[in-house]
Design a binder for this molecule. Structure first.
Ligand code: 16G
Ligand code: ZN
Length: 542
């Protein structure tokens, strides 16, 4: 390590003294102007991680669905997974080291994590469309360069594209070509194959309106358009040419407010969807003939995919184990439908993609989705080999065709992380193959009315949870209060958890009617406010 060069380079990305930040659920995230030093240092960390694993590491500059003024950064591990939790602590240490401690902090990390500084390093970098992202990604490059790492700056990318590229690079092309064309070709080929087998092939068109949250999704979908089969007619809204990123639009806005994004006019029954700012989340929706808005969230996406996969597996005649992974936010009706009607095992884990992804890896086929629309499907190596073999060699025509559909689904789904583009194509293919309208899909089950609230407290860590965040163990008495409140309503459920991205405690409640869900959410919020050191004005319904 060239100490002098490091010191000099770091001095041009100075850390505001006293500022401490935490590598949270999805990396660092805060106001863009506080992040220059963090970016530089994540460049350093990516080099160390790359050296120790002898693999390419990804660095994505984005703050996803958060306001345009924010930014963030997260590291991507070799197979496209989130940074391993054991390194999150190093990330936090490095980001918070004062200028004069930087060198020793690096040395300490190298010792603890057995990094050999003489090894090569390679880093892939991507960024979203925020005005601050370009400069911040240059700071990442400065960090990578000063430790002698090689880098490839892909410029503007969706988050899932970076995950894909990293995975392709580290599997020597087995997962696909490590280029954007490779990504577009892989997905569109699988999608075209699937559509060919559907009744709409040839003449019928598929219309879809897409709200791109004024973010990167618009750019990348435009690039991908020429690769789509001619039946697929997409129209992009909120493409970033007029309005601000994520402002009154995008998947998070639509999910949280349960209303359509600004700038998208819907005819009754028209299928529409929203991406978030970095295109790793998607939700669908439509209005019915009475003008009522219907949201189809991540739970219903997981259910549609599970129905489809379960039918295919039955046709293929293989006993591959299919399971669904959700979080406590999953609507109770979805869990019930999956377990009782579809008879697919459901597992609940803590909020955050890394937890869902990890759990889903335990099964032959693991479908995971957060209610907010982040999710994908993972196929184990053994399942993949079996499916590819059947698609090629199975003598029975029906079974072989079903295996081919499975094979194409496997290639269409971005298995490295939830991907709005890939999920959207998978959903469109399933709807086409099954001949389902958006209303029929929505009709699989009826969501229980629910409400999400946030409570300001002096210290959010005063609330601690167990059982995949479904029960609070501190402060004392809180869970008893929640149980008593839930007991007052029918079909009710509620839980509280400290946010991993904001300084608040989140409260979720569901019940038989919207009024009851609202009332329960508010009562539970009051309990949190009183027992966990509420600050500011008492909680209110939004
Ligand atoms: C992050 C997570 C998302 C989770 C959300 C919860 C990733 C890539 N993203 O955005 O999965 O739903 O945090 O936020 O892991 P909260 O802890 O503030 O409720
Ligand atoms: Zn996102």
């Amino acid at each position: 390590m060239d100490s002098e060069a490091l010191q000099k380079s770091s001095a041009s990305h100075p850390k505001p003294s006293g500022l401490t930040l935490q590598y949270g659920t999805a990396g660092f995230r805060t106001k863009a102007e506080q992040l220059d030093h963090v970016m530089f240092r994540m460049g350093l960390l990516a080099v160390l991680r790359s050296k120790v694993l002898a693999s390419t590491i990804g660095v994505m500059v984005t703050a996803s669905h958060n306001p345009e003024e924010d930014n963030g950064v997260k590291l991507v591990d070799p197979l496209g997974e989130m940074l391993h939790p054991s390194w999150e602590e190093y990330a936090t240490q490095l980001a918070n080291a004062e200028e004069q401690e930087l060198q020793t902090t690096i040395t300490e990390i190298c010792q603890k994590a057995a990094v050999n500084l003489h090894k090569d390093a390679s880093v892939f970098i991507g960024r979203d469309t925020r005005p601050s992202s370009k400069k911040l990604s240059q700071s990442v490059i400065d960090g990578v360069s000063v430790l002698g790492g090689q880098y490839h700056d892909y410029g503007l990318l969706t988050t899932p594209q970076l995950h894909y590229l990293v995975c392709c690079q580290n599997t020597q092309g087995q997962y696909g070509k490590a280029t954007l064309e490779g990504y577009y070709e892989k997905l569109s080929k699988a999608f075209t194959e699937l559509i060919k087998q559907s009744p709409i092939s040839g003449e019928n068109q598929r219309h879809l309106k897409i709200d791109c949250a004024n973010g990167i999704g618009a750019l990348k979908l435009s690039e991908m358009k020429p690769y789509f089969p001619k039946e697929m007619l997409i129209r992009l809204y909120n493409d970033g040419t007029k309005e601000k990123l994520n402002h009154l639009c995008g998947a998070d806005f639509v999910k949280v407010h349960q209303q359509p994004p600004r700038g998208l006019v819907m005819e009754p029954g028209e299928r529409c969807c929203s991406f978030d700012g970095d295109a790793d989340r998607i939700v669908y929706y439509y209005t019915d003939t009475t003008g009522r808005f219907h949201l189809i969230d991540g739970d219903k996406i997981a259910t549609l995919i599970s129905v489809f996969l379960k039918e295919l597996l039955a046709k293929v005649g293989q006993s591959l184990e299919l399971a669904v992974v959700q979080t406590a936010y999953a609507n109770g009706s979805s869990t019930r439908y999956l377990e009782e009607t579809l008879k697919v095992p459901v597992h609940c884990v803590k909020t955050g993609v890394k937890h869902l992804h990890h759990k889903a890896q335990e099964f032959d086929i693991g479908v995971y989705f957060e209610a907010n629309g982040h999710g994908t499907v993972l196929f184990s190596k053994a399942a993949e080999t079996k499916i590819r073999q059947l698609a090629k060699e199975e003598k029975d025509d029906g079974k072989r065709e079903a295996a081919k559909v499975l094979e194409n689904m496997m290639d269409l789904i971005n298995q490295t992380v939830g991907d709005a583009i890939s999920d959207m194509l998978a959903i469109e293919a399933i709807l086409a193959l099954k001949g389902l309208t958006v209303q029929q899909w929505d009709g699989l089950y009826t969501d229980l009315p629910n409400r999400l609230l946030r409570v300001q407290v002096a210290e959010r860590r005063a609330v601690a949870t167990v059982d995949a965040e479904r029960r609070a163990v501190s402060p004392p008495g809180l869970q008893d209060s929640i149980d008593a409140l839930v007991g007052k309503y029918r079909a009710a459920r509620a839980f509280v958890r400290p946010s991993g991205t904001e300084d608040v405690v989140r409260v979720y409640a569901e019940a038989d009617t919207q009024e009851n869900a609202d009332a329960l959410a508010l009562e539970v919020s009051m309990a949190v406010y009183q027992l966990a050191g509420g600050k500011g004005a008492p909680p209110q319904l939004l």
